[in-house]
Design a protein around this ligand. Structure first.
Ligand SMILES: [Zn+2]
Ligand SMILES: [Zn+2]
Length: 421
């Protein structure tokens, strides 16, 4: 009976294309083109073809807008790079320079909830499951599966706090003015950060790698930031960077301070190289440690807590204070990035540009909604609990539900629902 009902449902592909077409018909004219757009390469992913349509260039915004209306892409990109002849093949474009870009995607972040909201669907029937897919579907014998990565609020929040950490680096360590930092919600799992400034255009891959290493804290030597043991006849003392030190010194101190304030004994014990006894000792001596921190830059002279232990705390601090960016994206000087106000083909949400100072208050699941009109009855194969706009939906499993358009399109884009008659 159930199978029969599924057969009466329709693949929503045509419907998605129709809605994307309507979106671009109504909104193409407000899509901002990047600065020096004549020198940028544009790329498009199309619904019916694999791969990307690349090496497009436009000499006027209206040509870009007409083009996007005529092809209805599922995803739209432009190069972070500037070229003399952007429509030529890669080796002949004539690279002039590139903006500095960073990508923070929760796909790369360690979030504990991930295992619960990533699952597979069988491509031949409506079987679904959590975790790694089986080799053969138990319902239809099929062997092709699709992994579905849901939008998760917790993961999006984690991505946002990583982006905020990065902005702090960019403003306070690198000295970029806040208004030169553009943050974009990608429409799916994270944020891009984009800096357009004359000074950084010419940076080559090695120079960009240096920036990445700094942000990741790669090869950071804590002794160079002042962590050392001072031995006296009266006992030993460990000194380290001050909370107000500039750059990594201050970040290390702040990170250690946060660990001491927020970690319980078990969390301290989970730090590599810290035994259970040591964790208990640190935990019980926290107040004493804070007291010595307030007396200048001495980190502590607590019996039993030596420099080796402080180094372990510092390692975790560096891990917590560094930003989880996708290295490859920043180093790649030919990278394509998503354009604000275009749609993401895996969600039907908009790419949104956010001033860096407003990021903290930004709610992607509300502000990136593109299809806010109408409702639709859909047959949901399987859906995780999710929020779009103000409301929470699901979880659903093989049922017909009436949903607001944005939620329906989101499920269609995830291949998690079918169109009903
Ligand atoms: Zn199956
Ligand atoms: Zn999550």
């Amino acid at each position: 009976m159930r199978i029969k009902r599924v057969k009466a449902m329709k693949n929503p592909q045509e419907f998605i294309v129709q809605k994307f077409t309507e979106y671009y018909r109504d909104n193409a004219n407000i899509i901002p083109l990047p600065t020096s757009y004549k020198n940028r390469e544009f790329g498009f992913i199309l619904f019916d073809k694999g791969g990307m349509l690349r090496h497009k260039a436009f000499v006027e915004p209206r040509f870009f807008r007409d083009f996007i209306k005529s092809i209805t892409p599922s995803d739209v990109y432009h190069s972070a790079a500037y070229y003399k002849q952007p429509s030529r093949e890669m080796g002949k474009k004539g690279w002039i320079g590139a903006d500095l870009i960073f990508d923070i995607d929760f796909d790369h972040l360690r979030t504990p909830c991930k295992v619960e909201h990533e699952y597979w669907t069988c491509e031949r029937c409506d079987q679904v499951g959590v975790g790694k897919h089986p080799s053969v579907c138990s319902q239809c014998g099929g062997s092709k599966f699709k992994m579905v990565a849901w939008l998760c609020e917790t993961c999006l929040e984690t991505a946002k706090s990583e982006a905020l950490k990065l902005i702090d680096f960019l403003i306070n360590d690198f000295g970029f003015p806040p208004h030169d930092i553009e943050v974009c919600f990608s429409g799916h799992r994270g944020y891009h950060i984009h800096i357009e400034r004359e000074e950084i255009r010419q940076l080559d891959q090695d120079a960009r790698k240096e920036i990445v290493d700094y942000v990741l804290g790669t090869g950071l030597k804590v002794s160079l930031h002042g962590l050392m043991e001072v031995r006296r006849r009266t006992g030993h003392k460990v000194i380290g960077p001050d909370l107000n030190s500039p750059g990594w010194g201050g970040k290390i101190a702040k990170g250690v301070y946060d660990i001491l304030v927020t970690y319980n004994i078990q969390q301290l014990n989970e730090i590599n190289g810290i035994s259970k006894n040591m964790a208990s000792l640190i935990y019980s001596q926290r107040d004493k440690i804070f007291k010595t921190w307030n007396n200048g830059n001495s980190w502590g002279s607590i019996k039993g807590i030596g420099i080796k232990t402080w180094e372990k705390l510092v390692e975790t601090s560096v891990d917590n204070q560094s930003v989880n960016i996708d290295t490859v994206v920043t180093i790649d000087i030919h990278r394509l990035i998503r354009m604000p106000l275009t749609l993401h083909g895996k969600t039907g949400l908009k790419v949104i540009s956010i001033p860096s100072k407003s990021l903290e208050r930004f709610d992607p699941l509300r502000e990136a909604v593109a299809f806010s009109k109408g409702t639709l009855k859909v047959y949901v194969l399987a859906a995780h609990r999710f929020r779009i706009g103000e409301d929470i939906y699901g979880p659903y499993r093989r049922e017909i539900v009436k949903l607001p358009m944005a939620a329906a399109i989101y499920l269609f884009c995830k291949r998690a629902a079918l169109l009903t008659d």
